[in-house]
Design a protein around this ligand. Structure first.
Ligand code: AHR
Length: 510
């Protein structure tokens, strides 16, 4: 058995845990919207056609802000198509995913669904094939109370109160050659700056996200952020990061260390943003909206799922329907640890995506909805991570990876809520064969009680929850947890993710 030690101290605060860290993403892509959240003929569907079994799972997941309507989709989207009488809405080619968009679900319907799940809307505007005027029109339609043609059109379409959308993404992945309307950093920075200034003339209270890099491995990474922020620094509040990870060439060891890449990505973007701040002599700080992150087996999309053909534009095809294993969920839980570790600068994040498309929730038409393995770390972290994120002083053995060199076997972060005393520790064991005995020094907290300790692991690291076996993998109480004086000890099985929640008080397990 391996050993590791970590120290938790409320004085090691990194920053407040913003609820927006637990955001997600709904794109008009594959079966995310149609046959995902919306399926009027499903037995559980409500009067608006939304599946209530999915609504219940989304609530259980604990999702805050939801980014909409894309993704790559937004770069070819005409927002006006998606409002007004449903029967009159046009059917359009969706060039991003080679599909047909029926526009049966649009801004009003999606906003109504958000009210049902209790989440905030984060909107993206099309800066790929459109520009400033269209963004202004959408903002006026959404956020102006009444008295103009566009706001009155919203009222006539059934929404008396303004939508009041606070967060707006200025386009999507404009650094990517695959993006409709892809631009250079210089060109994008200019249009993003112009559009941001114009949007603030309509509603100065909005929060704006400039597109950062689609991954830390883009050839333009770093320079893209520098140039874009040089144009937009005083106009925006966030720069975005997107990152997807997958096991490649059977190298599970490197895959399990994916959070190393996310840490590097965040640290590099923070450094670049602060460099621009220094050069411009600005007093403002730009934060990160990590508005796409997940495990995604992209090769399968590129080589198997991709749709082509002049006469082949299906409605809601099965696309990006990755089925997630225990190993995937451990990496996923570790990515959440990385986001929390950077809570001072990552103040918004969106798990991409929510239902069916690289998602924690899967559905079958006219059939069940179930939780993928990745559902569990997200739901538990969203429930337990409260107050401030704490840096933990960690001593762990290392292992060698082909991609990242020597990497710690254990990774961890903690959160602490001063008001309630709730303290939570999130840990992964990346070793493939050996358990790790971890000692958590809680001296600085005083007496603690373990409220709960749950672990995701399985003897079969590639076990999954699938249609025919929907509850194969889940969280289990970790009965190895003990409190002895100032130390909480717990054993982490190989390839596992664990959350321990502590209350300040008398130890009844001693
Ligand atoms: O989430 C799937 C796709 O990944 C999004 O549409 C795009 O922004 C990214 O490349």
């Amino acid at each position: 058995m391996l050993t590791a030690r970590l120290t938790i101290d409320p004085h090691f605060a990194v920053g407040a845990v913003n609820r927006r860290l637990f955001g997600s993403f709904v794109e008009h892509l594959g079966r995310c919207v149609y046959d995902g959240i919306y399926e009027p003929s499903h037995p559980t569907s409500d009067a608006e056609g939304f599946r209530q079994d999915v609504i219940e799972l989304v609530k259980e997941l604990g999702v805050s802000t939801i980014r909409y309507p894309g993704g790559n989709f937004v770069s070819g989207f005409r927002w006006e198509d998606s409002v007004g009488p449903v029967a009159e809405r046009p059917r359009r080619l969706d060039l991003a995913w080679h599909s047909t968009e029926t526009n049966e679900v649009g801004l009003h319907e999606f906003s109504g669904w958000l009210d049902k799940v209790g989440s905030e809307l984060m909107m993206a505007v099309n800066l790929g094939t459109r520009g400033t005027m269209d963004a202004l029109d959408l903002l006026e339609y959404s956020n102006i109370a009444a008295g103009t043609t566009l706001s009155d059109r919203r009222v006539a379409n059934g929404k008396t109160d303004a939508f009041g959308v606070r967060m707006w993404c200025l386009g999507n992945e404009m650094d990517g050659p695959w993006q409709l309307g892809h631009r250079s950093a210089d060109d994008y920075g200019k249009i993003a700056s112009r559009t941001a200034k114009a949007m603030r003339q309509v509603d100065p209270s909005i929060e704006l996200v400039a597109c950062g890099s689609s991954s830390a491995h883009m050839p333009t990474f770093g320079e893209w952020e520098r140039v874009v922020l040089t144009h937009t620094y005083e106009d925006v509040d966030f720069i975005s990061c997107h990152a997807y990870y997958e096991e490649k060439n059977g190298d599970l060891g490197s895959f399990l260390a994916s959070a190393v890449d996310m840490d590097h990505f965040i640290d590099s973007v923070v450094a670049t943003a602060d460099h621009v701040k220094a050069v411009l002599g600005s007093t403002k700080t730009i934060n990160i909206s990590f508005d796409e992150w997940n495990v995604w087996y992209i090769d399968r999309f590129e080589n198997v799922d991709k749709i082509t053909g002049l006469d082949n534009w299906p409605v809601a095809p099965r696309l990006l329907e990755d089925s997630y294993s225990v190993a995937d969920a451990v990496v996923f839980g570790n990515l959440l640890i990385s986001l929390l570790r950077h809570a001072d600068r990552v103040t918004s994040a969106s798990l991409a995506q929510l239902v069916n498309v690289i998602a924690p929730i899967m559905t079958e038409p006219n059939g069940p909805a179930w939780r993928q393995t990745t559902f569990f770390p997200f739901a538990l972290t969203s429930r337990l991570a409260q107050g401030v994120a704490l840096e933990v002083k960690l001593e762990s053995e290392t292992y060698s990876t082909a991609v990242y060199g020597d990497v710690a076997v254990v990774d961890a972060v903690a959160t602490h809520d001063e008001e309630t005393g709730l303290t939570s520790v999130f840990l992964v064991n990346r070793d493939q064969t050996r358990a790790v005995s971890v000692e958590i020094d809680t001296t600085a907290l005083g007496d603690v009680t373990v409220r709960e300790a749950q672990t995701l692991s399985d003897a079969e690291v590639y076990a999954k929850n699938v249609l025919d076996d929907q509850e194969r993998v889940g969280l289990r109480a970790n009965d190895s947890v003990r409190v002895s004086r100032d130390v909480v000890s717990i054993t982490l099985p190989p390839v596992s993710w664990t959350a321990v929640s502590l209350a300040i008080g008398v130890d009844d397990l001693d």
